[in-house]
Design a binder for this molecule. Structure first.
Ligand code: SF4
Ligand code: SF4
Length: 147
């Protein structure tokens, strides 16, 4: 499993796509501990319209998810395109996008995102698995024919 690296372009901080609206974030945050991801999101993510989101990041138009709410983060420094709380950012940010697990097909925030490489490798891995299964089928068939 190859894990690529973040290029620190800031695209996933200046406009964030979530499947929860602000009320749902508030409700979830109220049930979690103070430093939870949703508490952080409630305090720092500012809702923006879809139009604003598409202006900030036109690539988001390619996302296919049906439920989308858009936010920007008040901890994002637009001038330097970096996180103002980098060492204290929540794990929803620090472990994005794979969260310590194997990469899965999903939309990323930029065609140049460093993690696109993992998605390409996933495609190659799938292709190899298909070829391997085809070879095994052919081999089994050949062995059956020989008997
Ligand atoms: S969009 Fe990708 S490369 Fe850019 S900051 Fe986010 S994770 Fe890193
Ligand atoms: S806390 Fe930092 S890393 Fe997380 S979204 Fe905001 S600016 Fe980005």
């Amino acid at each position: 499993m190859i894990m690529s690296k973040c290029k620190r372009c800031g695209k996933c901080c200046e406009c964030i796509v979530l499947n929860r609206d602000p009320d749902q974030i508030k409700e979830t945050a109220s049930r979690e501990v103070k430093h939870s991801n949703f508490n952080f999101a409630y305090r720092n993510f500012i809702p923006i319209t879809q139009e604003q989101a598409y202006q900030i990041n036109p690539y988001l138009k390619e996302w296919k998810q049906s439920v989308q709410y858009f936010y920007t983060c008040r901890r994002f420094d637009k001038a330097t395109r970096t996180c103002k709380v980098h060492s204290a950012r929540p794990n929803t940010c620090s472990e994005f996008p794979w969260y310590g697990r194997k990469p899965i097909p999903q939309s990323l925030y930029s065609p140049e995102c460093g993690y696109q490489e993992d998605l390409k490798n996933l495609g190659k891995e799938k292709e190899l698995n298909i070829k391997e299964s085809e070879m095994m089928r052919t081999l089994k068939k050949a062995l059956r024919t020989d008997n």
